[in-house]
Design a protein around this ligand. Sequence first.
Ligand SMILES: [Zn+2]
Ligand SMILES: [Zn+2]
Length: 339
Amino acid sequence: MSHQSLVLTNFNQFEVRERSLAELTGDNAIVRILATAICGSDIHGSNGSTGRRFPDQVMGHETCGVVEKVSAQASAELIGKRVVINPVISCQQCELCLAGKEYVCRSRKVLGVTKGVDGAFAQYVIVPVRNLALISEEVSPILATAVEPLAVGYHAVIRADVRPNERVLILGGGPIGQAIGLACARIGVSNVLFSEPSESKRKFISKFGFESVSPKELQSIYETSAKPSVVFDAVGSAHSFGDAFKHSDVAARIVLVGMDTPDLAIPSYEVSADERSILGSYCYTNEEFADTANWLGSNHKLVEPFISDVTPMSKAPEMFEKLHDGNFDYNRVVISQDE
Ligand SMILES: [Zn+2]
Ligand SMILES: [Zn+2]
């Protein structure tokens, strides 16, 4: 069977092409894609700058579709159901998978990210049945693509074991920062402040009802009010990571989620003498992903500002150009399979 796919033919070059779909084997399903969001990692990867995307790749890992077909071993009840896809495909056999840390499985593959695993900027994808999560049809397929980043935010909040009465600072107001803020709201944390240098991003943050300031203002704010006990660094740059130490309380947890810079310096006495903890957070468990799909089903109004733009797949090459040139004011762009 062949289908239309958006192929990254070379760095910065896209083309919609016919591509053959692999055979349906094992415990897999074919999902007909309805909508797939463009992640920041797709934007930064497709120009070759991060080394995390490759020519001849079909990207796309934040997606919603309908189950078209399942292999003989899987339950036919799923056919026709609307689903979102956990893009992290793990081995389910190693000690990490067995310990519930499947998202760091050493042999994991990520849909639309790992070389050779065609993603969801396409009419169809093949994924293991266990990676499918049901999503309410009350959530539009466009908004349902938000489950993946929302699950990233939820996992980060669970990693830090945030309690409802804590003070939270989120560094970086892009979609992952927003997802962390929404996860705080989800578990009942109300004392949340964002630090974000871009005024246009601060405008998107305010649409969710969150408070945000420019990083320059943090100093004066924490001269008169208590510093946060949990800081999420949703950027991961030298600047943001420095702010995480400067503007956190003694014994705070600092959660590193953003991946801007591969090597960061640590102010060691602020870790040793003040007992701050640094936690890494990556992806989510299959259960957190499914729970997030379920949560979105009854909270879609709250999440609506997440998606700012929609484009059909035929216009996606032009959209990537716009996203790369840097003058386009957007929050999240979704590629729809509706032409
Ligand atoms: Zn992503
Ligand atoms: Zn594994």
